[in-house]
Every structure is written in C-alpha cells, then in structure tokens.
Design a protein around this ligand. Structure first.
Ligand code: ADP
Length: 958
C-alpha cells in the first residue's frame, strides 16, 4: 500500500492516466487486496480496455474475471447513483447489482462464453437515489478477449434512455388524450342536434358527416365521395351555385327555414321538414379556402308553431268578422285599439292601418268630449259591464262636417291570462237607420202620410290584427381559425357550432370549454372558464341541473332534456330559458366518466310561440264566451265539438249531449229536416251557412235565432274548421211583425175616415150650386166626425212619438180623483149604451197631471166599450193603498187570454190584430203605461177568460 502510495502511478502506469474523477479514484485505490491485483499486474488487454474506458465519453463498465470486478468511467458513474458508488468500483458486479443479478448474471456468463447481448430500452429498476426507480438503458455486453482469444471479462457499453423513454410515454399519453378528444369530437358529431359535414377541397369531397346529416340522404354513401358524385342532383339546384360562391369568396351563407320534403328514417314517410343551413368556408394555415363546413339545423317544430300562430290569429280575425256587430278591443289606460273588425272599420270610416296599435283618441279625436273614453276606463277599473241603447255617436268627417249615428253598444271587460283586467271588448250595432226611420215615421204620421218605413241593420265583415312572430336566427361569427389537427378542429367546431356546447371536467364540473352560444345562454363571458359550474352560475342552486349532471357523472349515462325550463341570469336579470339539451358523459381509458359534454339548443322562442298559440286560442274562446250570441265550432266535416257557455246556459244542455249532431235535439221538430239538409249541403260546399230557426230553451220554450257559420280556411283554401253563431232574433221578429201589422192597421184606420171625408166633400161639391137643406147638415156632421176621428188617431200617434222622444211633460196639481172619475167620458154617458158606475174613496186627493190621468181613464173606458160591448155596467173605482191611489176600470166582457196579457202594454200590440173586428192602433195602453210610469206608478190588468177584465193603475198620492 505504501509502495502503491509512493508510486506516481500515472507515470508508472500510463494506461491509468486521465479519466477524470474515476481515473483519480482507480489510481488512488489500494488494489493489492483486490482479487484483480495491482494495476501493474493486470493483463495487457485489460489495461488497453481500461485506458480506452477512461478516455471514453460514453458510459463504459468493465467487469473482469470470474468475480466480475468492476471498473467504470465518469460517464457510467451516474448509473450507480448515490447508493452503489463508490463501493462498486473494484467490487463484484454480483454484489452491486444483486437486485437484478437474476436477469443479468446469466447474460454475463454467456458473454464470458463468447456471446454478445444488446438491449434497447432495457428497463432496470435501480435503487440509486435511496429509492427504486425504473431506469432504461440501451445496453451492449461484449466479451473482452486477448490476442489468443481467451475471454477475460465483460465490456458493458450503455446509454441511459430513461428520459427518452419517458418522452415516449408522454407521447403515448398525449396520443391517448388525442383519442379522448377524438371521442369528444365523435360524441359531438353524434349528439349535436345539428347535421354537420365537412366538404374538403375544390371538388367538395365529404370528409366528415354526422348521423343527422346522413339522415338528409337516407341510405346514400357519402363519405369520401365528391359532392357531385354522391348527390348528383345538387348540380341542378341553387345550392351548388351557393357552395361554389362560398368556396370562392370565403363568405358564409345562411339559409333560413327552407322546406325540404324528407323522410325521418330510411323507410319512413316523406314529411315536410324545414331547415336552417349554414355554409362556412374552412381555410388552411395560409388562409386560403380549402373546404366548406356545413351545419344543418332542423327548425320544423319552430316553423310549424309559427304557422299555427298565424293560423290562429287568422281564425281570430275571421271570427271577429263573423260577428254581426262592430267589434273593437281596446287595451289599457292609453286605450289602444288592439283588434278591430271590418264592420267597425266601415262604421268609423277608417282603414285598418289607421287604427291598430293607436290610442282611440288619436284615431277619433272627436270622441274626446263624448262619454266613451270615460266609460272605457270605468269598465277597466270596476269590471262592470256597460250596455247602452240608441246612444248618439258623432263623427267629424275629413271635410269638417258632422256625421251623426246611433248605436246600441256594450262594453265588456276582458281579463288576460295573468288575471289582469286591462282590455274592453266593445260590441256595437248601428241603429241609425232604425232611429231615423222611426223619426220619419212619426213625422209622416203627423202629415197623414202612409207609413211604410223599414229599419234594422246588422253588419258583419272582416278585420283583426295580425301580429308577425319574428324570430331571429343566431349569427355565426365570421372568424375562422386554423384547422391543423383534430384537436383544433374540435375546438373550432365547438366554438363555432350554431348550437351551445360546453365541456365540464371532473365531478366538480370545471368548465373546460364553452362556446359563444353556451356563454350567451349562460349570460357569461370567457372569464368563467376553469371555474366549477356551480360557482360560475350560482343561480343553478335549487334547480335540477347540478343534480342531473352529478347523476350523469356517476352513472355514465347520458341525460336528455326537452324544453326544460332553466332560470339563468342574462344581462343581470333572471330569465326563463327553455332548452333542449343532452349531457353526454365522456369516459377515460378506464371507462369512468372524465368529462361531460353539454350540447344545448335554446328553444325559448319555440316554447313561447306555442304559448302564444295557446293564449290566442284562449283569447278566441274568451271572446266567444263573452259574445252575446250562442257560439259554436265544428270541424271540417261539420261535427260540432265546442259550444260557448251561453249555449249551455240557454239550452240547459252539456257538451256530451250536444257534441256532433246533438244540436238537432234542441231544434224545433218541424224544422229539423229542412235545417239539417241545408247545413249538410252548405258545409259540403264550404260556403257561408245561414239559416233562421227556433231553438228550445231550457224552460221548454222556443226562441227564434239567426244562425251563421263561416269556414276558417288554411293557406291552401282547405276548410279547417267552422265558427258559428246564433243570434236571438225573437224580439226583432216580433217587432217586425208588429210593425207590419201596425202599418196595415194604421193605413186601414186612416183610410176609413179619409174615404168618408172625401165622399162627403164630393157630395157637397156636387150640390154647391143647389145645396140641399136636408143633406148639407148631415154631410157637414159626417165630415166633422171623420175629421174628429182623424184628429184622434193623429193625436194618438203624436202622443206615442213624443213619448219615445221623452217629451212627455207632466204639469201636476192636486185634485180629487172621484170628481175626475165622475166627470169623465161624456161621450159614453151621452151615447147611453153603458152605465159608468163610480165606487170607492170619495175624498181621496192626489198630486198628479189631471189631464194625463184623465187620458188613461178614458182609454180604459173606451177599451171596455170597444172590447166588452155587452158589458152594461162599467165600474170605476178608486182606493187608497198605502201612499198610492189605485184606480181601476172593470168590465164584464169576454176577458183576455193569459198569454197575451204580458204584451198588452207594448207599443203597437193588439191582442186581436186581424184589424177587421175592432179598430185601433195598439197604442192606447202603451201610452197609458208611459203616463203611469212617469208618475212613478204601476199599471196592470186582472182578467180571466169569460169573466171580464179589470184594468188598473196606481199613482203616488203626493
Ligand atoms: P187598441 O185599442 O188601439 O187596439 P190598446 O193599447 O188600447 O190598443 O189595447 C191593446 C189591446 O188590448 C187591444 O187590441 C185589445 O185586444 C186588448 N184590450 C184592451 N182593453 C181590453 C178589454 N177591456 N177587454 C178585452 N181586451 C182588451
């Protein structure tokens, strides 16, 4: 050792020169105790090898002799780490690599026998830093032989490749990631509620298609084929030119709501389906167009809903125009005209566009000082119904002149879906003709002209509002990024897809990516990326979505939502958003959920549009229920499926009884056959149906109705349903009848005295040169009587017309009733055929218009004389009844049939209107009743057939 120490070995043993740290170590070691012996005694070939080793930059290890004594250089040193060095130097490989000796021992033995071994990326778990790690090496083991070929040891030359290997592992991991991304892409393509395809290159080869896109061309092979080869018919369509344009200009094309008749499945029936298209140019790294991306979204539901809205608006409009009245709906305090029918437009003399959406006083400023605006507000405030007859409405014409009209109108409050009473349904019937003709009639009467007037007006026609539902299609952004690999392409697809897409990672649902559309729905910016969904959208607490997502995460099963309501904060406010969406779990290599892909389409407009349809249908029913008519609806075959409440109220029936042809059950039996035949005929022809017939009320009586039904038609003119109304015209019919009777009676009544007057005058004319002393007084008397009769009739007519004009003025005095009764009716007393017998309270005084009261009594007595000619005694009576005086006139005549009694006091009513037996105008009792009413009293008759009649009235005593 001393010897060794003394020896300047590098000089003595030049083969140990150099070699850095390991050279130093070898030189400093005491080799005498080693089985290898002192370096000077090492065989030559070992010396040569050691010399080469120390000068080599590659890791080199020499294992010499049967003990595989190790010598290694600086480059090899790190392989032995902290725990094996330095004892490995000069030690046996068997000890140093005890943990892997099983593997390498046999190889060393083989090398000693002349073989070589080489291993690329050979993994050796080495404990070189205090823990075991997998290390990788490219190894070569080769024998070290002398000139004679004897093998003395093993030369190990190696390269550690651990880093390279982990780089490869990283690469593999990245590859797996790419596969996951590709899976996402695939899921996206599969799940996207849009058809997607990518057309590559100038001949537009189908590079990528998803199933929805494939459905556009059921059963056709598309993938990998140029467009014109796969779908040759495109060449003749506008689409080809558009695609060429997109490819050449790079400009995006959007097609909206295009109708394409297509089957949903390969063998399904062809249906009318609507699509929105987006063709967007794809560019290469240099920015040149190298393909086209196609998105197709089916919007059939949306389009159909839109069509329904239009349809139901049209039906509402048609219905309004069917009503035999002027109809206008006024909304809110500003009194905006919301709906109006044609008949109302004609009445106002306005065009629809001059009225809809405008305040009433802007449309008709002249109404400002008329009562209507105030009444409208009153109805909206109180909910009261206002109904006014023969009201004057004055319009100012464009030339400044006034147009005076009369209407019967009603204001009916309408309540909207939210229970707000903010609209008024105004229905009016113009009765100007009626009022004016009545005035004329009265005027004619005073001129002794024949009365031949007619009146009445029921108009019906068209109008109403038609609101376009405007929907907007979300715009795709113009920007286009490079599509170098599938990952970027995926990101691009997500970003630019016209559907909302987001990826949530892990159970915490970290927002990994979110495209523009989903950010728009969420009402957020890109800042939320990386945050858990629950943090980014705190409003989701309490809504089902977080729970659903967690279920999807744990179950790995997709969840589909359809028209689901989400409350999301957009522009600082919670909004109701309806979504069709899918939560698609994406699995990692082990099959566990890694991410959740969220794909959603905002269908709020669609849902709202459908609600609009519902609302508009409700509006229609509400209107129909509020109509004064009985209303009903039938399908295209005439099968009646709906009646309004008034129908049930009137007939006392139920829908079950009435459905279909149940209506016939309440038709008058004599009319069923005729009505049904005409109904079936007109419905088959699709023309407006109109008929007049009697319908049974729930009390068993029949009333007359004018019934009309108009067909609602679709765009193609096909009848889709019928809307019918029945207007009660019983009163009108009775009135018309009475008026006809009145006219014939009045003419007859007036003709008789005029004829006799004419005859007398003619006779007097003839004898004017030689007047006969006998005849002349008779003729004069005859003329006077005719004149008196005429004057009486005219008086009666004038009285009645004054009454209707409200011109009956009372001049009251206090007088004794008994005196009036005893002094009246001289003509009857003089004629001597009847006894007027007075009875009752002699002293009773009343404060009333004596002349008018006398008129009533005279009328009663005259009627008794006329209709009870055989009644010798006519009893006049007065009694005190509380603070009223009751005056009556009793005869013992034939009496009056009970069903006629209620009508006796109506204008023009005559119980026996044959006109021949008794003369009269049917006005006497009407006038009497009006006089009594003005006094605040009551009038009536007690009568029994065969037992005479007692006509009575009461008046207040003071
Ligand atoms: P007019 O006498 O001009 O016909 P009124 O109004 O006075 O008209 O009477 C209406 C109807 O009432 C008459 O047409 C008649 O049929 C019936 N009537 C009135 N008074 C009597 C009576 N005392 N007895 C029977 N019928 C009567």
């Amino acid at each position: 050792m001393t010897e060794n120490n003394e020896l300047p070995q590098s000089n003595d043993l030049p083969f140990l020169a150099g070699g850095g740290e390991m050279g130093e170590l070898i030189r400093s070691m005491d080799w005498s105790k080693n089985s290898l012996g002192s370096p000077g005694s090492w065989p030559d070939n070992l010396k040569v090898m050691v010399s080469m080793m120390l000068k080599n930059n590659f890791p080199v290890l020499i294992c010499w002799g049967p003990d595989f004594i190790q010598l290694y250089n600086d480059a090899f040193r790190p392989i032995n780490g902290e725990s094996k060095h330095p004892q490995a130097m000069g030690g046996s490989a068997r000890d140093t690599y005890a943990e892997i000796w099983d593997t390498i021992g046999p190889m060393f033995t083989e090398v000693m026998a002349g073989q070589t071994h080489g291993f690329p990326n050979f993994m050796v778990p080495l404990d070189r830093n205090g823990y075991t790690e997998n290390c990788y090496f490219d190894f070569s083991y080769s024998p070290i032989a002398d000139l004679a070929g004897n093998i003395g040891g093993v030369l190990v030359i190696c390269m550690e490749t651990t880093e390279k290997v982990s780089a490869v592992e990283l690469a593999e991991k990245a590859q797996k990631e790419t596969i996951i991304q590709r899976d996402r892409l695939r899921h996206f393509f599969l799940q996207a509620p849009a058809g997607i395809c990518i057309l590559d290159g100038p001949d537009l080869t189908f590079e990528l298609i998803n199933p929805l896109y494939q459905q556009l061309f059921p059963g056709r092979a598309l993938l990998g084929k140029p467009l014109l080869e796969a779908v040759p018919e495109v060449k003749d369509s506008a689409i080809w030119a558009i695609l060429q344009d997109v490819y050449q200009t790079g400009k995006t094309f959007e097609g909206n709501e295009l109708l394409i008749p297509l089957a949903r499945t390969t063998d399904g029936p062809v249906e009318n389906r609507y699509f929105n298209f987006i063709y967007q140019a794809r560019t290469d790294a240099a920015g040149a167009v190298d393909g086209i991306m196609v998105f197709v979204i089916e919007v059939t539901d949306m389009v159909l809903v839109k069509q329904k809205v239009i349809e139901s608006e049209r039906e509402l409009e048609q219905m309004l125009n069917l009503l035999p009245a002027h109809v206008v709906v006024i909304r809110g305090r500003e009194q905006v005209v919301e709906m109006i029918n044609d008949s109302n437009l004609a009445y106002w003399d306005k065009k629809k566009e001059e009225t809809i959406g405008k305040p009433l006083l802007v449309v008709l400023p002249e109404l400002a000082d008329q009562p209507f605006p105030g009444q409208l507000n009153h109805v909206m405030e109180t909910g009261e119904v206002i109904s006014v007859k023969e009201s004057i409405v004055t319009f100012v014409e464009p030339d400044g002149s006034k147009r005076i009209t009369y209407v019967d109108y009603s204001y009916q409050p309408l309540t909207d879906a939210n229970g707000q009473r903010n609209r008024v349904l105004v229905m009016s019937f113009e009765v100007t003709d009626k009022v004016e003709s009545r005035k004329l009639l009265e005027q004619y009467a005073s001129d002794l002209q024949v009365l031949n007037e007619e009146s009445s007006a029921i108009n019906e026609e068209l109008a109403a509002s038609n609101e376009e539902l405007i929907t907007t299609q979300a715009q795709l952004e113009d920007s286009f990024s490079e599509l170098a690999n599938s990952n970027a392409r995926f990101k691009y697809l997500i970003q630019e897809a016209p559907v909302a897409i987001g990826v949530l990672t892990g159970r915490k649902l970290l927002i990994e990516s979110a495209n523009e559309m989903i950010l728009r729905i969420w009402g957020k910016s890109k800042n939320i990326l990386g945050f858990p969904l629950a943090v980014a959208l705190p409003e989701l607490q309490g809504q089902p979505f977080l729970g659903l997502l967690d279920d999807v995460y744990t179950s790995s099963e997709a969840f589909y939502g359809s028209e689901t309501l989400a409350k999301l904060e957009q522009d600082g406010e919670l909004q109701d958003v309806y979504l069709n969406f899918v939560y698609q779990p994406i699995a990692d290599e082990t099959g566990a959920t890694k991410d959740i892909l969220v794909v959603a389409i905002d269908v709020t407009e669609q849902v709202k549009a459908r609600e609009l349809v519902k609302e508009s249908e409700q509006k229609l029913q509400l209107l129909a229920d509020n109509m004064s008519q009985l209303a009903w609806m039938a399908d295209e075959t005439g099968y009646i499926f709906w009646y309004n409440q008034r129908w049930f109220d009137y007939t006392g029936t139920t829908l079950e009884e009435m459905e279909g042809t149940g209506r016939n059950k309440v038709l008058h039996p004599d009319e069923i056959a005729r009505v049904v035949e005409k109904y079936e005929h007109d419905f088959k022809k699709g023309i407006v149906w109109e008929d007049t017939f009697q319908l049974r009320a729930k009390d068993g009586t029949y009333r007359w109705f004018l019934s009309r039904a108009i067909p609602f038609k679709d765009e193609s003119g096909k009848v889709t349903r019928w809307f019918g109304t029945n207007t009660d015209i019983t009163q009108e019919r009775a009135l018309a009848q009475q008026k006809d009777d009145f006219i014939s009676i009045a003419s007859h009544e007036l003709k008789t005295p005029i004829t006799s007057l004419k005859a007398s005058l003619q006779l007097m004319d003839r004898m004017k040169d030689r007047p006969s002393a006998v005849m002349l007084p008779k003729l004069i008397d005859q003329s006077n009587r005719s004149m008196q009769k005429l004057a009486g009739l005219v008086e009666e007519l004038l009285n009645s017309s004054r009454l209707t004009e409200g011109q009956l003025h009372l001049s009251k005095t206090t007088f004794k009733v008994s005196e009036l009764l005893e002094g009246c009716c001289h003509h009857v007393r003089i004629a001597g055929k009847h006894n007027l017998v007075f009875g009752g309270d002699r002293d009773l005084e009343i404060y009333a218009d004596e002349h008018r009261i006398d008129q009533v009594v005279v009328n009663f007595v005259n009627n008794a004389v006329k209709y009870a000619p055989d009644s010798i005694d006519i009893c006049l009576n007065v009694e005190k009844d509380g603070n009223m005086a009751k005056i009556s006139v009793k005869d013992t005549g034939p009496g009056i049939e009970p069903d006629k009694i209620p009508h006796l006091f109506s204008r023009y009513y005559r119980a026996d209107y044959s006109g021949s037996q008794y003369s009269g105008l049917g006005l006497g009792l009407y006038i009497s009743a009006e006089i009594v009413k003005r006094h605040g009293g009551q009038i009536g008759v007690d009568s029994e057939l065969g037992n005479g009649s007692t006509f009575w009235f009461t008046v207040p005593i003071d």
